[in-house]
Write a protein that binds this ligand. Sequence first.
Ligand SMILES: *Cc1c(COP(=O)(O)O)cnc(C)c1O
Length: 275
Amino acid sequence: MDVLVKRDDLIHPVVSGNKWRKLKYIVEHANELGFTHLISMGGPHSNHLHALAYLGKQMGFRTTGIVRGHHKFLSPTLRDISEWGMDLEFVSRESFRELRTHRNYNAQPGLIRDGYWIPEGGYNPLALHGIADMVAELTEPYDIIVAPCGTGSTLAGMIRAVPVNTQVTGFSALKGDGYIEREVQALLAASGGPPKQGVEWCVTYDYHCGGFAKTKPELEEFVAQFESEFGFQVDPVYTGKMFYGLFDLIESNAFDRGSRIIAVHTGGLQGRRSE
Ligand SMILES: *Cc1c(COP(=O)(O)O)cnc(C)c1O
């Protein structure tokens, strides 16, 4: 069985992978509406805030990042972010959870006015267009395409864009109970309805290894072995768990023999520094 890897970690030295894909059309929308200030939220190692801060600097937007928790020392991610000029606001875990309910660009969280609000992780129907660009770059035929999941936006974009008769599988990076499926359904509903006929999709929660950003010795061993065997890096939060799960499913014959599989390397390597 062949597994091809779409190396979206290589698209840019700083803003890699799906965070750039997701932000591209969101930022364009903000620009069209005349906003000059982008506001979003994330944890202290957030790939999303990291990409947003960099884009903001490159494209001349003021940016504000609302960060979960209070931190005595800045993580490497937050150090980059503040060097690039993003204003940081630290909030309690409770306030952070409350902020997650603000989903629209003009649903201001109350803390800051006059800005364009980007939900955590770039969860927005516009994100799907950027993921479609990634899918359009695939030149090899495939039956199955897999990616790691956090908010489900990347998965929704793939479900929307893949050709007929493709199976789309997401590997959840966090513990769940159908949460990602609900988020994916909502994004699909907000962007043109159900997927094409013959596009099947599912999410597996069997490989989160204890929860978001949690790990276990088997995963660490797998990642070390994987990197030395294949000669490229994965991140332990998302892509490491995806490959760990994918290899396990292949070994347990979960896929038809001869299936052509594409695994999307969604980037996120900057987060490795804070392991
Ligand atoms: C954010 C992120 C994901 C999750 O993407 P969603 O669209 O939120 O599901 C996957 N991989 C990497 C590397 C990420 O940074």
